[in-house]
Design a protein around this ligand. Sequence first.
Ligand code: ARG
Length: 457
Amino acid sequence: MARFSSPQDPLFQRLNSSVAFDFRLAPYDLELSRAHARMLASRDIIGADDLDAIERGLTDIREEIDADRFEIRPDDEDVHMAIERRLIELIGAAGGKLHTARSRNDQVATDVALFVRAHALGAKELLASLMDVLLQRAEEHLDWRLPGYTHLQRAQPVYLSHHLLAWFWKFNRDVGRFDFCMRGSDAMPLGAGALAGVNFLTDRVAVARDLGFGSVAPNSIDAVSNRDFVLDYLSAAATCATHLSQLGGEIVLWSSEEFRFCEPSDAFASGSSIMPQKKNPDAAELLRAKAPRITAHLSALHGVLHGLPLTYNKDLQEDKEGLFDTVDTLELELQVAREMLRELHFDRRRMEEAARDDFLAATDLADLLVRRGVPFRESHGIVASLVRSAVDQGKQLAELSDEDVAAVAPQLNGGLRDVLSEGAWLESKVSEGGTSLERVREQIGRARAALREATAA
Ligand code: ARG
């Protein structure tokens, strides 16, 4: 290049070159170039014969890439330069006209937006398929009882269906977050040029329509500096990966000998090289462990963007590797979670045994006293004394003698046995969104509707 009198230092080239990772954007870059060339021809900025040659050249390049025959040269700094270089090799002078009325600055922003949009849609589809499995598993285990926990202490019993649906709703909110990302990436940057617009009367709306954008970015300065949509994707992915981590953590806990509420299938577990009795829930452990890496990519991009002046700065090249790693990690995780859950075996006996612990009915006893006119704060204290007396004697509540009960809580007067009768403490949770079967059935209906919505468009 005439502007320079000495070549680039190889060390700088290594630092500066992005082709090793951004070549992954090639399919989007080709699509973009085709739409751009068509628009240039429709506005008579290039000739029809130029367009023909460019379209042919782009098709050939696509074939070379698909067949793994595309050769990246040492001087190809990034995917955009590699493709343009090859186009000129293939079709000559017409290839040199493609970069009219565009810059790598609006080009790269648009390629990345296309990539983000494709993968936000992909995440939504994978989430929907995971939610579908959760819903099926909930229906299969509609009335299995287990303790619900707070502080990891047995708190109140719930149905397994209700518990599994809790995960369903978390992932449903993740769908909403990827939707938000779709909306935030709906305005096409291309046409902004380097930063100020271009010296031709281009037809941005036509290009946007061709590429599947809903509108064009209204400000060229914002367009080339904006990476909010990458933040939006990473942020949605970080929250989703955190949910997957919590789910993985629960499966690890539940598969332990101490809980034994569930057992992963052989396909999602591994053995120990030294202890023959072991079956380790590695898949669940890795779901648990992957989240911080995605959160770190989000945090790293916030760091890159922090304090960055307008408009394009080379710093922005650092948006890609974290994004690509996030996409690969999250998409794999979502598939593993879905398949592991599909095959997860739940142990009804172990869960119901734990749910039979009748201290779990303490709140229900307190509520019975409330119905008999005792203020809740007071009834809470009375039942606490009752529990205390049972614990002291090493008994369950149902094993306390009538005299014991009468001594601590005379107001209960026989009601104790009714409340402790099996199932009563679950079926009494009749409030909307509660664990009684009728409410869970209602919830399943809502989940079906949410899933339909998540799958539409
Ligand atoms: N590889 C660059 C990136 O990823 C492409 C844009 C380069 N633009 C420039 N003016 N140097 O950000």
